[in-house]
Design a protein around this ligand. Sequence first.
Ligand code: DSN
Length: 418
Amino acid sequence: MSSLSSVDPQIAELVKAEERRQADTVKLIASENYVSKAVLEATGTVLTNKYSEGYPGKRYYEGQQVIDQIETIAIDRAKSLFGVNHANVQPYSGSPANLAVYMAFLSPGDTVMGMGLPFGGHLTHGWSVSATGKWFNPVRYGVRKDTGRVDMDEVREIALRERPKLIFCGGTAIPRTIDFPAFAEIAREVGAVLAADIAHIAGLVAGGAHPSPVGHADVISTTTHKTLRGPRGAMLMATSDEHATALNKAVFPGLQGGPHNHTTAAIAVALKEAATEEFKAYAHQVVANARALAEELAARGFDLVSGGTDNHLILMDLTPKGIGGKPAAQALDRAGLETNYNTVPFDTRKPFDPSGIRIGTAGVTSRGMGEGEMRQIGAWIDQVVTALAKGEDEAEHAITRVLGEVRELTSRFPAPGL
Ligand code: DSN
């Protein structure tokens, strides 16, 4: 970063500080990961200088000799990795990708059905504060209070009553396997398009550690930077030509201008990495680690939504521990354990000060940590949260001690790309 350091030392120092922070912290944010050095290098290239509105072979600017090849490679790798006929690698991120799904299949005012945000859905699945909840008619499903799981009979009942044109399955805080065949059956019954938002689990799907929506969902939407371990970006995939054309038109010219070619190149690199045997082992280890961490936390009396996890994600309600999610997440962060506070199903508190925290194992698994380290992390979470519930002094003592131990752990497991 010698040029950055001399042109803008202030920003260069902050980038270095963030790198140090990432190296020293146990990243437990379920939607984050560490990209490889190769992915990182691809994002910092001259490809950022080029405009290329359109698609390979059909652009609105000259000079696409190289960009067309890069985008075609990214598309082909996405098709091969996920086993789909069509892929669009241009959406800037998950929200624009999902908006393109609306643009492709709905008109303003049409009914969309998605999982409610407090139950684990995403803003763009029709939540009230999102454009998708304001410009369309949203109806929502949730999870059962007694099981913390989606009740497919309830989903069917709502779908039959409301007749949505589009159904989203998937979300941001779902610790359990998504039943794609059951959603597909309901969508077929009511004549809706089924969109599977696999942003969180894309890497697990690619690595064979979660069932694939291919063959069930009409459209698959994903970000590329969570368990898939690519750059900040997104993709839309489909198996039918009709849907592929509608999605392509919705992304460009419907919603976006020129694709971010440096991101497209980095997505291509990440997709190559995700097609390896090593990545398959990684995906399975992410799930094994989440299970080990969930078991440790449950054994220590934490209330896990749905009682555990099938994937990379754990959602827990801290109410029985006598502490809110926000102070807990803040204390854990000071102890070097980075999580996010999160609403839990049927939360009685507000989203900015909810009852839960969300934890994920994609990042720690990228650092090579295994089940033993997960049990240690579970113990640290317990020590900090329990001390916090007892008072400030106890908390300070626990945070200082755990932070020292976390530093020792992170120094033994260097993060990729840093
Ligand atoms: N912000 C992402 C997450 O944390 O799950 C979803 O968009």
